[in-house]
Write a protein that binds this ligand. Sequence first.
Ligand code: BG6
Ligand code: MG
Length: 209
Amino acid sequence: MYAGYIFDLDGVICFTDQYHYQAWKKLADRLDIYFDEEINNRLRGVSRMDSLEIILERSCKVYTVEEKLAFAEEKNKIYKKLLRKMTPEDLPADVKTTLMELRKKGCKLAIGSSSKNTKMILERIGLNNFFDAVSDGTNIVNSKPDPEVFLKAAELIGENPKDCLIIEDAKAGIEGAFRGGFDSAGLGEANEHPRVNYKMKKITDLLSI
Ligand code: BG6
Ligand code: MG
């Protein structure tokens, strides 16, 4: 057991990947840029602007910084509209059970997400005010694989990185955990990272770590 648990949001607590995909796809189609699920997988854990750069790799045009900022804003508007469909039903039962059990054990629980929409998503799924701390895309300069978002979360819950476990579905997140001196538990693709400490099949596996 760890004193603190720092959860990634997208792909761990809830499943927003489909909405990110739909929103990026709409933008890419408008710009006539090829985009598919495989490219979308590369966007996991990556910040909005870095995601846009990955999408623009397939474009033959060169865009200015202003144009890129406008594209990111356009995507975010579409994404936020899709997020409005989310309800507390989108908080999976096994995630809820895991969070409640860890809380009962007296562990500190935090979010460590690259998303600037974290607050809105937590509200939509009924978890606003649930976590002891929320560190997200709005309070960091460097995105994952930089450990900044996790270090801020650990600081906010008053625990040392060595006493916290990071829960991630992205390789970039496992890399960030390692660089920050944290242990990590992976789900899905994150388990391919050589530095992951615990490979989980499902989130409830956390309860036996
Ligand atoms: C991460 C997602 O949690 O947040 C990425 O895995 C996303 O796909 C990133 O790009 C930034 O999200 P947002 O909501 O700030 O655009
Ligand atoms: Mg994720």
